[in-house]
Design a protein around this ligand. Structure first.
Ligand code: AMO
Length: 429
């Protein structure tokens, strides 16, 4: 029976392990094969004078990153990883790796991000890379778990759609028989329709597609969004939910991923329980005072402006009370200040993590706002119809999962936390 490497202990008889050869060191009469699986490292020590012919022949043939099966007695050894070593009685090559390797898994030779992404299967054998994805899995689990425990229904909405939600310029058109169709930018309209269906609290963790042309360290053309929508809630209610969800994610990683944080050398900066709320007008003032850019009320915030405000705030924070003119048609205006919407962004000091709002639930106002954006309400018929037949007040948000991981682990590039990133130049692997 194969033992995971972390479970290999000295003085428990003969053990069998299967793993990749991480490193080979040949010292003449003695050679060391460091085996690796996802649980850790194990040294196989071969004393050439004592080893059997078969073991010596297989060991000689084995190359780095080959998958091998080794059986033998495990002994204590203070110099070996984990304080033990295996003395092979059987040594079998299960899958031999060609040489040279496209990438050095043992990290002695650093590789460019493009080489790493081209060979992601090899790159992900590196403990640091594997640690990021183990943490991402934990975040997905913890957030989903929180939603399930709090009465949310997990929904899956279509990614092939006929209309834009977040503005028409960033859509990927697709060939869809005789019809015009696109990849969805956001589950926005669908999660709102499920409020019309009476589902009350929904969430979806899934892909969003944005045909953004810029190539940056925080934009992808395919991202993962954590979306929620809640009925009988306003913008303040869902901001409180968002604070909770971010805290849940960090707490789960702190509790369950310390070994991975150690591998990465990362110390988590735990977020506050509640985040300060900065009105948009004040955010503009801060940015205007700090950066050398012509910036005025009504402008969207550039990356420079976001960073300037972020360094002033120094922690997660909300930007609230956005001008209606720069937020999507579905954001609810204040009753007494119709030019300002009940929309918010949630920011990490380094970048935006989320947008959300209380939504318009009145049919006439929604049609008016669609028109104000220069869009044609006829294209939104499927979405508008539920608003005619009993739509509860509702609010929600979307968090970029990839950005959440990037900022949590202080990664230099969003691509580090995405298995197979899609950007302007990359559609493979
Ligand atoms: P928004 O367009 O702000 O809002 O997107 C929500 C969050 O998704 C992430 N995100 C991206 N991450 C990486 N690359 C991209 N190209 C990219 N685009 C977006 C960001 C962003 O904050 N429907 C609304 C949400 C809502 O109101 O519920 C929406 O899509 O972290």
């Amino acid at each position: 029976m194969r033992l995971p490497i972390s479970e290999v202990k000295p003085d428990t008889g003969t053990a069998t392990v299967i793993g990749w050869i991480h490193e080979i060191r040949d010292l003449g009469g003695l050679s060391f094969y460091i085996l690796r699986d996802r649980t850790g490292f194990l040294q196989a020590t071969i004393v050439k004078k004592k080893a059997g012919e078969d073991v010596l022949a297989a060991a000689k043939e084995a190359s780095r990153e080959s998958v091998v099966k080794i059986s033998g007695v495990v002994k204590e050894s203070d110099k070996a990883p984990g304080g033990r070593e295996i003395i092979p009685e059987k040594f079998e090559i299960i899958s031999k790796a060609e040489t040279p390797l496209p990438l050095d898994v043992s990290e002695k030779v650093p590789a460019e991000i493009d080489t790493r992404l081209d060979n992601r299967y090899l790159d992900a054998r590196r403990p640091k890379v594997a640690a990021i994805f183990r943490i991402r899995s934990e975040v997905t689990h913890a957030i989903s778990d929180y939603f399930y425990k709090n009465g949310f229904i997990n929904i899956t909405t279509s990614k092939i759609v006929a209309a834009a939600t977040e503005g028409g310029t960033e859509l990927f058109p697709i060939a869809y028989f005789e019809k015009e169709a696109f990849l969805n930018q956001s589950p926005q309209l669908y999660k709102q329709m499920m409020m019309g269906a009476g589902f009350e609290k929904v969430f979806e963790i899934g892909p969003i597609f944005r045909a953004e042309e810029h190539n940056t360290t925080k934009h992808l053309n395919e991202a993962t969004s954590i979306d929620v929508e809640v009925s009988f809630a306003d913008h303040n209610d869902v901001m409180a939910l968002l604070e909770k969800v971010i805290n849940v994610a960090y707490e789960a990683v702190a509790e369950n991923c310390q070994p991975q944080l150690d591998i990465l050398g990362t110390k988590l900066q735990m977020p506050s329980k509640t985040f300060p709320k900065l009105p948009y007008a004040d955010a503009i003032d801060i940015a205007a005072g700090k950066i050398d850019e012509d910036i005025k009320y009504g402008d969207d915030l550039s990356s420079n402006a976001e960073r300037a405000i972020g360094s002033e705030m120094g922690e997660h924070y909300f930007i609230t009370d956005w001008p209606r003119s720069i937020k999507p048609f579905y954001a609810m205006p204040y009753e007494d200040r119709p030019d300002i919407s009940k929309a918010f962004d949630m920011m990490h000091p380094k970048m935006e993590l989320s947008s959300g709002a209380q939504r318009v639930h009145q049919y006439d106002l929604l049609v008016e706002q669609i028109k104000l954006k220069g869009l044609n309400p006829d294209n939104f018929e499927f979405y508008l119809k539920p608003f005619k037949y009993g739509m509860p007040p509702h609010a929600g948000w979307g968090v970029g999962m990839d950005r959440l991981i990037t900022t949590m682990l202080d990664l230099p590039n969003i691509r580090e936390g995405v298995l197979f990133p899609r950007d302007r130049h990359r559609v493979t692997p």
